[in-house]
Design a protein around this ligand. Sequence first.
Ligand code: ADP
Ligand code: MG
Length: 724
Amino acid sequence: MSISRFDAIENALMRESIDVKLPSSKISDFFASNVFTSETMRAYLAEDTFFGVMEVIKAGKKINLELADKVAVAMQEWAISKGATSYTHWFQPLTGATAQKHDTFFVPSFEQTKGIEKFKGSALIQQEPDGSSFPSGGLRVTFEARGYTAWDPSSPAFIMTVGSAKTLCIPTIFVSYNGEALDFKVPLLKTQRLINDAAVAVCQYFDKAVTNVVPTLGWEQEYFLVDEALYFARPDLVATGRTVLGAAPPKGQQLDDHYFGSIPERVHNFMLDFETEALKLGITISTRHNEVAPGQYECAPVFSDVNTAVDKNQLLMEVMEKVAGRHSLKVLFHEKPYAGVNGSGKHNNWSLGTNTGVNLLAPGKTPESNLQFLTFFVNTIKALDNHADLLRSAIASAGNDHRLGANEAPPAIISAFIGSTLTNVLNSLIGKEEGKADTPDLMDIVASIPNLERDNTDRNRTSPFAFTGNKFEFRAVGSSATCARPMVVLNAIVAQQLKDFKVAVDALIEGGKAQEEAILEVLKGYIKDAQAILFEGDNYSQEWADEAEKRGLSNVKTTAHALKFMVSDSARELFISNGIYRTEELDAHYEVLLEKYTMDIDIESKILEELVVTQIIPFAINYQNNLLDNIQGLSNLQLQTSLQERLLRNINTHLNELGDAVERMQTARAKAHEGADAEAHAIAYCDEVRPIFDDIRTHADALEQLVDDQSWPLPKYRELLFIR
Ligand code: ADP
Ligand code: MG
């Protein structure tokens, strides 16, 4: 569907805001009412069955069929009581989106005259969606194209409502016939185990009661809203999620008046609406506000374990898109919907929590708990120093290149900001403090770590990886991304680092050192090693880019080149030795991500070409014809025509440049396909095709500012950004 610019504007201006009625004024009345929570499960299951399931979840083991049958019966009974008529395995293929395949509970009798509702344990545990159209990077040979989804009991099932249809959704992993991961959840679950084991082992130095450590994630989701009619009048937004053309509006975000400003009523109602749906799904949205750019907003939930937090984010994005329809709005999750206007990210706040209720990245009140804090803090920084490039690759996508490669948001250089207090602590530990010649008493320094106020550390908004008082905030993640990719890497690199730490400390203890002394000695070495990754200044500045280069830090601005880091020798070693990926799995995931990138750029290139050739050029030519008629008429009367002629020439120059650039792009695209493999394709698209977008845009946007507004076909930036 495509709609004309002026119809779209008229539609958008006439919208009324839709009132939202809360199910109850008390949130507790409906919170998680659409989730098969452990409490619900307990109510529906016999005591021993319930504890059996809980045990399996806690130990991360496989569930047996007998137990699964009982859970399935309970789940079905609950789902039907909620009005659900069908169920689906809900999974996250490598496309980054979610997928589902619905089956009805209803099973007809043999004669098909009546039937019953039935849901068996086997259907709960495993399903076989026809997976052949999901990307697999060659993992599924065509004669065995089957993919399997398998229940992830650690993420609760829920009911998704679309209109009046209700479906029981069961979070699952997605694997190939041979058990290779076809999603990011499988590796994620593996790293969750891995970091648990590594962190529990390290915790034993400090507290023997720690038997379980869970990585935690609290994401912050940024997004843009645009009126549905305007959205449909922009084929580029529909096809790619971003505007590939469009001149900057005279008033953009220069005045900074949108940030934390009052939320427009229609938007407010949308927020209330999706938050209510989210609450029913057990997702607590705790903050909401306007973001920097006009039309940009943010929401953040209460954090939870990484696996369920990832699922909740994927689910919330789905819910937001659905609910937006009720308000005639479209949600844009793209990292850069509008050139020249702030992009969107998804900050990933990450920490480690113990079964004893301790946040391992929160400074403690005693010297011992501070040493524990310092251990996890320094090891995380060391892990980042070891594998900064790998973490960079985990946030690479065509959309995020607009942020990381450009002059905003975090840069493509990975570094950590820790604030002045902790910088001083680390410096004193390695004797780097000025004027202090004698060796300091290390335990005194550790004991002096103050309880860090959030404000103390949160000042630097330019850092991609900032310590914010009791967690690290990874800010370079793109707004449309699944958090699973960066979380797999973060969990894995910290887990490996904690393992190495344990080995080093144990060796010193065996050599006769006291435990405390041994820990401090190893940490000191790490602090010295990791200096290059620490940066407290302005990450957007050219000075930092220069300085980072001197320090040997990578600054890879495009996905096609950054993805390579995920298959480097050190990355392979990390993933394969820890059982997170098998070689062929890692190669396949790499290929899928390359192909996704190539496809994204290819689609952008084609829509750009189409808009230029079928809309912009014809409209500019029409306007030229008007000018020609006008000049003709004026000349007949022997009147001056210099203005018209200047305009005409100006338009003609841009038209010619535009035509040339489009031709160059076509040639580059054809040539890119000659590349030998996925990597060569991606690099050709990145280095040869993509740069021509900018040339095309320069001339197209110039035409937008020369041609009669009344005949311009595409909604302009001022309309997209300010009508709401
Ligand atoms: P910002 O100042 O970066 O906008 P917000 O208050 O919007 O910060 O978001 C903070 C985020 O950090 C929330 O999503 C919250 O759930 C998350 N968070 C808080 N504590 C933890 C923790 N221990 N582990 C993971 N995430 C956490
Ligand atoms: Mg943040």
